[in-house]
Structures are given as C-alpha cells and as structure tokens.
Design a protein around this ligand. Structure first.
Ligand SMILES: Nc1ncnc2c1ncn2[C@@H]1O[C@H](COP(=O)(O)OP(=O)(O)O)[C@@H](O)[C@H]1O
Ligand SMILES: [Mg+2]
Length: 602
C-alpha cells in the first residue's frame, strides 16, 4: 500500500492531473504582470518624448517601429496611436488575466474532484474497526472543509504568492532600470509591511480558530434540535433549548465583534504604514526630479509601479500565515490516506463455504488490555443445520458473528475459526462475506426506494425475486400497503419505517442472496411474536440447505434450532437441543420459565 511520508508527497499525489493547469496559470500570471509593467513605460515615453523633447530610451526594435510609423513628429500628430497602444496592452492583459483565472479555477476543480474520489475510494476499503474508532462527523469534515482549505491553499494562496513574487521581481527590475535609488526606497518597505501583516495574522489565526469552534457549537445545538425535534417537543423543552441557543449565539457574536475590532485596528495601522511608504517614494522621486536625475515621465512610471505593489504586498502576510493552516489540513487527510485498508493475504483462498463451521478456543477483546468479550469459546456448526445462540445484551453474540465475517480480525494467538477445515484468515474477505449473509441487529437502510434497498444485496435481482424474498420476510403485504409500494422512498425525506419494518426489509435483503450461511443477529427483536413465528416458519421452509444461525434473547425465536448455545459473559454456559436443555436445571430452563410467565428480558 502506498504511504505518504510527507505532506508534499500527498499534495503531489492529489495534484496529478491538475498540475499542468496550475503551471499554465503561473505563466499567464507572469504575462499579466509583464503587460502591467509595460503600460507605465508607454505613458512615461509619451510624457517625456512625445509631449516633451527627450531622446526616447527604448529598445532598438521599438525605435525602428516608431521610425516606420513616420518618426516622433508623426506620433505627435497622431496621439491616438499611443492611446491605441495603451488600450492594446490593456486588452492583452485582460485576455491573459481571463486565461489565468480560468485555468487556475479549472485546475482547482480537477484537484478537488480527484482528492474527493481518492479519499472516498480509500475510506471504502478501510476496516470497520477504523470507522468505529473515528467519528463520522470528523471524517466528513476532513473530506469537505479540509479539502476546501487545501484547495484554497493551492488555487488562491499559492498562486497569490507566486504572482506577488513575480510582481516584486519585475517591479524591482523595471524600477531599478529607471532609478535604482527610488527603487530601493520603495522596496525597503516591503519586508516591513510583510513582516507586520505576517505577525498580526499569525496572532489572529488562533482567534479565527476559536471562532470556528464556537460556530461549530452553535450549529451543533441547531442540528441536534432539528433532528431531535420530537424529543424536544415531547418534553416541552423548547424554552430551555432556545435559551441555550441564544446564549451561545450572543457569545459567538461578541467574539466576532472583538475580532473585527482587532482587524480594523490592523487595517488602519497598515494604511499608515503604506501611506508612509508612498510618501517616501514621492519625496525621493520629487527630489531626484528637481535634481534633474529623473524626467517627469520616469517619475510618473515609478509612482505607478509603486502603487501596483502596495496591495499585493499588504495581502502577502495574510497569505503566508494562512498557508500554515493548509499544513494542518493536509496532515488530517494524510491520516486517512495512510490508514491501512483491509488487505487479504496473497493467494487468499475461495473454498466452498457450505461446510462445517468451527470456533476453536476463541477469545477476543476489542482493544489490547481491555476486558475480554469472548472467553475460550468452542463450538461447531454442522452444514445445513440451524443453530441458536441465546444470551443477554453484551454477552458477546454479535462479536462472535463479526469475527466470523472478519469484520473484526481474530489475533493469531486467540484461537481460530475454520470453515471446512480452512482457517478463515486465509479465505478472501470478499468471498467470505458474500457467502455469509448477515442481518444486522440495527439494520441500516439507504435514502433510496425500498426496491433499491432490497436489491442492494444482489444487483441482478428481478422484481419477482425481490417480492418473493419480501414475502418470506413477511414484509411484502406491508410494502404493498404503501401508496408507492416498492417505489416508496425511505429516509429523511421519505417514509419513516418502524423498527420491525426495517428489520423485515433487511431480512428480505439478505434472503435475496441465497447465501450458504445466514445469520440473523437479533433481527426479529422489534417484530411482534406472531410475525416472528410466521417468519421463522417461512424461513424453515425456504432456507433449503443453508446453515442458519439465529441469535436472540427470546427463546421462542430459536427453540426449534437443532442446537442451542447459551451465552453468558462471553462464555458458553450450556448447549444442546431445546428438549435437552429443558431437561436440565440450568439457565436455559430458568429463562424459559421466566419468559413464558410474561417476563421477556433476560
Ligand atoms: N466496537 C466495539 N468496541 C468496543 N467494545 C465493544 C464494541 N462492540 C461491542 N463492544 C462490547 O463488547 C461486549 C459484547 O458486545 P456484543 O457482542 O455486541 O454483545 P451482544 O450482541 O451479545 O449484545 C459488550 O460489552 C459491548 O459493550
Ligand atoms: Mg448483539
């Protein structure tokens, strides 16, 4: 797997495909600056040699062009030609400015597109444990605002830096050509102005960060209240939530007022600084003009160059200080891109999985050193049989199934799981998961139609197959009852399904796959007893030769299984058929008696 040791490596990787646009943009930016530099030259020539009588100090090629046009006298007679020259330069500069902006923007969009795709692709193959460790909000923020920060860095800050440097170099050359002393007076202020704004912006940077955090708090309150609106209404907490929001809003507003005051002070003092710089250039220029070292035209050109520099130089400090923000964002993306994706061992096997499944002395803890969730679990499941796993919440039932699917990896020294004698560590994950269907305890449906949701498990499923699976899952008639039937849209802007309806849809989704191994992880918990029985009956008739694992804390759900394992605190306490377990004075019998007398929970 590719690792990005440095920020630069990652940026260059993301910039593949957009690099050349940025290079082109830099060339156009240089051309714009060059043309901007030539215009004061034309004006200075006009003032000195056309209006005045100085011998023009111009390159030979241009002198020859003037001769061909009829010499200086003809130019004097046709001043419109000079206006046309200024206009032409302006037009050309406009064209290059347009090209600069469009290539730069094009590059930026291509960059963002590639970055998003690369991130999404990488995240899709990260292990589930990674997702569990990192909050969804944080991952999304990395993929959105951090990507935007980096885009701004490349398309705005980096190009501004390049443009300003080109501009300063050209200004130094053009001004130096006219009069090096005035050039020195003008440029001597550049480091001072940049240093001042850099100092200020680095200091104010943390305040902006704080503002972001405060804004985040504000939107969290708003978001929670929008999604949790039912809870707020049910408990009549509108007033309390309003006060909480308003308090945070006032705090956030005051913070910004303070920040803006600081910013205003900075801009005002910056004005004084650049004003002093202009004044100095004006004094020096006038002095040399009176002295006879400078012509009026040259003086005007020098002033124009100086004005051209003022603004970009003032912004430079901010640009440099903001560039450091991009560094943090790049590291945040590097964290994602450097996280290991799920990798199968070379030559991973794809054996048939309709075989005996064995757990041999399996122990497991979610984190090193934390409490063991499974302790020395050994069990075997005959192919084609139905087994039940009974246990209370937190007894490790789901964990056992995650290990079987390799959603979590069983460490080498913690026992092993085999299918048909093959250690699942050497079986391809894809093969394993596509053959072991699981209905999760908390099913998730996408914001798509019901048909699409069920088809998610098998792209090629026909509507008949979907309906057949839905019938077994006892959800077909419910779906038919909706106005839009299978085209009903699920999710925020569509139908909100009840817990039981979701579970049954998820069962239909799994059934469509006809996997050799099917796991129902507490998948009937939200379904009423009657429907539960109806589904189990249909399953028994339709799961054919598949191995079925029923997980529940309710005995009726799994009492017909060939073999039942009773879990407590990650251990198998008892095992046997319903009749065998009932004949014993154990936990199973105790639970059975409790549940049949009305108590449902363990
Ligand atoms: N991703 C996880 N990280 C850490 N602990 C977990 C994780 N998932 C489950 N657990 C813990 O493992 C134990 C067993 O959980 P689980 O296998 O879901 O039990 P069951 O399915 O029997 O209710 C519980 O104590 C639970 O808190
Ligand atoms: Mg569970």
């Amino acid at each position: 797997m590719q690792k990005f040791e440095t920020k630069q490596k990652l940026i260059l990787y993301f910039m593949r495909g957009s690099c050349r646009y940025f290079a082109m943009a830099a060339v156009f930016a240089a051309l714009v600056s060059l043309l901007d530099m030539i215009r004061p030259k034309v004006i200075s020539f006009t003032v000195d040699s056309v209006i005045g009588t100085d011998v023009p100090d111009l390159p030979d090629s241009i002198l020859r062009l003037i001769d061909r046009l009829g010499g200086m006298d003809s130019l004097r007679a046709h001043l419109i030609l000079l206006a046309a020259a200024v206009l032409l330069i302006g037009l050309l500069a406009a064209v290059f400015r347009y090209l600069f902006r469009s290539t730069n923007a094009r590059g930026a969009e291509i960059f963002v597109e590639r970055t998003r795709n690369e991130l999404f692709r990488h995240i899709m193959y990260l292990p589930y444990s990674w997702m569990a460790e990192n909050s969804t909000g944080d991952i999304i923020q990395r993929c959105t605002s951090d990507v935007q920060t980096i885009k701004r860095f490349i398309a705005e800050q980096l190009t501004a830096l390049v443009r300003t440097i080109i501009l300063i170099i050209m200004a130094v050359v053009f001004m130096g050509n006219i009069h090096w002393k005035v050039m020195l007076v003008s440029t001597a202020f550049i480091p001072i102005i940049v240093a001042y704004s850099l100092f200020f912006h680095t200091r104010i940077g943390s305040a902006f960060q704080k503002a972001d955090i405060e804004e985040g708090k504000l939107s969290t309150i708003a978001q929670e209240n929008l999604t949790g609106v039912r809870v707020v209404r049910a408990f009549g907490r509108e007033m309390y939530e309003r006060e909480r929001f308003e308090k945070q809003n006032v705090y956030y507003t005051n913070f910004w007022v303070h920040l803006i005051r600081l910013l205003s002070a900075f801009w005002a003092s910056g004005d004084v600084l650049t004003g002093t710089q202009m004044l100095s250039v004006l004094i020096a220029g006038s002095y040399f003009c009176v002295n006879g070292e400078l012509t009026a035209g040259e003086f005007i050109a020098l002033l124009s160059y100086n004005v051209m520099l003022t603004w970009p130089v003032r912004v430079l400090g901010r640009v440099i200080s903001e560039m450091s923000k991009a560094g943090i964002s790049i590291d945040r993306l590097r964290y994602i891109m450097n996280s290991d994706t799920e990798q199968d061992i070379p030559n991973a096997q794809t054996p048939p999985l309709d075989q005996e499944i064995r757990f041999e002395h399996v122990s497991f803890a979610y984190e090193n050193g934390s409490e063991q969730v499974l302790r020395d679990v050994s069990l075997s499941i005959a192919p084609g049989s139905t087994i039940g796993i009974l246990g209370g919440t937190g007894s490790g039932k789901s964990t056992l199934m995650y290990l079987l699917e390799r959603i979590y990896e069983l460490p080498e020294e913690n026992g092993r799981i085999t299918i048909g004698g093959v250690d699942i560590r050497s079986i391809s994950r894809r093969h394993l998961r596509s053959n072991i269907g699981i209905v999760l305890q908390e099913p998730f449906l996408f914001s798509r139609t019901l048909e699409e949701n069920i088809r998610f498990a098998l792209e090629s499923a026909t509507l008949d197959e979907i309906r057949y699976a839905a019938k077994i899952a006892a959800v077909d008639s419910t779906i038919q009852g909706f106005t839009d039937g299978y085209q009903t849209f699920v999710g925020e802007r569509g139908m909100t399904l009840s817990g039981g309806q979701k579970q049954r849809t998820a069962i239909a989704q799994m059934l469509i796959r006809k996997s050799p191994v099917m796991i129902f992880d507490d998948s009937l918990s939200a379904v009423d007893a009657e429907t539960d029985q109806q589904i189990r009956q249909a399953l028994r008739e339709n799961t054919g030769g598949s191995t079925v694992i029923l997980i529940s804390h309710r005995i009726p759900t799994l009492m017909h299984a060939d073999r039942i394992f009773v879990f407590k605190d990650g251990r198998i306490l008892e095992e046997g058929s319903h009749a065998e377990l009932m004949a014993r004075e154990g936990l199973y019998r105790q639970i059975y008696l409790l549940q049949s007398s009305g108590g449902d929970e363990l």
